[in-house]
Ligand binder design. Sequence first.
Ligand code: NAD
Length: 492
Amino acid sequence: MTKHYSPSSKLDTQQSYINGTYVTNQSGDTFDTIYPGNGEVICDVETAGQTEVDAAVAAAHAAFEPWAALPAVERGNILRKAGQILRERNQELAELETLDTGKPISETTTVDIISGADVLEYYAGVAQTIHGQHVDLPPSAFAMLRREPIGVCAGIGAWNYPIQIAMWKSGPALACGNTMVFKPSEQTPLTTLKLAEIYTEAGLPDGVFNVVQGARDTGSALISHPDVSKVTLTGSVDTGKVVMAHSARDLKKVTLELGGKSPVIVFEDANIDNAVNGILAANFYSSGQVCSNGTRVFVHKDIYEKVLQRLAERTKNIKVGNPFDADTHMGPLVSEQHFEKVKSYMHAAKNSAARHVCGGDTIQLDSGFYVTPAIFADCDDSMSFVKEEVFGPLMSLISFSDEDAVLKQANDSDFGLAGAVFTQNFNRAHRVANKIQAGIVWINEYNITPPEVPFGGYKQSGVGRENGLQSIEYYTQLKTIYANLGDIPHSF
Ligand code: NAD
């Protein structure tokens, strides 16, 4: 029977999931997770200390050799089965994700769980295709290049796509024969536990995927553990720098998916309907809490006022409210702390020389963290809310007239996660896409991330790639085996 969650749902104390089962922590320490729609506690969660982190890494370490030795088809079958269970339980999992994140049910039922299942199924197929190379070395030798798993991987997640991030990391890691200890964000700890249960139900051996609960200290203990060989984080740039520095002590391999402040460039020949749809999705999806959002919107001066007017009309119709209502477009921000941060950026924008077009106001609803989507026009690059990652529904519009100049502006950022160009001119589309300094650039589209294509950042937006066949390179290590078929000459 399908389980349902609602704004008034209360859960029992949650724990870490280690070696195929829930584990009581030794310290007795707990933290709360709240429903952002009313600020009330959903449940408390036991914090994993050093004891639990050690137990989780030991379980993953013990599970590694037998898991890596399984035929790839069997690893793939388990991932595929997990994908199927996730799809069957989509409604229940989406409701739980909405409860923990405040994201609207219209998004979580159509994106969060399903796009994660897509990734598991993709890597289920890829598992059997992972192979090395043969290098002929005449006259009497050859080399084999083997792709081998790395070992125990530590996965650390952000709060904006909790279960999806856990799948983007565990899917390729497990397909390659690694095991994982995953720490979800302390703000959204619930759905990753369901993923762990589903993996077990799908036949994943105990210890291959473990979840430890907690905040920075738990994450720090996990990435510092000597038996962890690889660290993969999704989070902010600041955390990325700390995690990379920690990992450098033992030269652990790292993948970092970090923040962004991505540009959208709209030329005068763009299809305006598509551009407006793209810009809105690029700014207000998940209440603006998306790493790859295109929040610096450069619009050609000839269509600037027209695009602005359309954006304003559409933005005023965005329904902000109870995320469990099917027709809600935008729910609350994830936490009070984040709400305060976004409000301070809205305040700075309203007090700047930029033109305030609409939004940026708080809504009093059930003590939740609601803010209306905001547009500021005539912005300039020096404004803090234009340069820094707000991670909220704040769109900045800037007018331009020259292609080279707008590219220079678009690239004048420490971030380089994503970008987009809207134009019907084929040559210009590709010329501009090639010049945007970002890990992914969309032409006449925004924020589409199919599992087949790699995703990751240039500059301070990250290290490495997730998704696509490229992710295999980040979850395997290459061994060269040189085979001599002849005699070794006398050298001494
Ligand atoms: P955050 O950096 O505050 O936290 C991310 C995770 O790191 C959390 O689980 C946290 O507990 C953990 N952590 C913090 N300090 C740590 C430490 N010293 N050692 C180990 N772990 C530590 O980020 P957030 O606020 O949860 O998420 C928002 C950020 O994530 C934004 O900057 C956003 O752009 C980014 N993000 C990036 C992507 C991407 O794919 N590039 C996707 C989603 C979110």
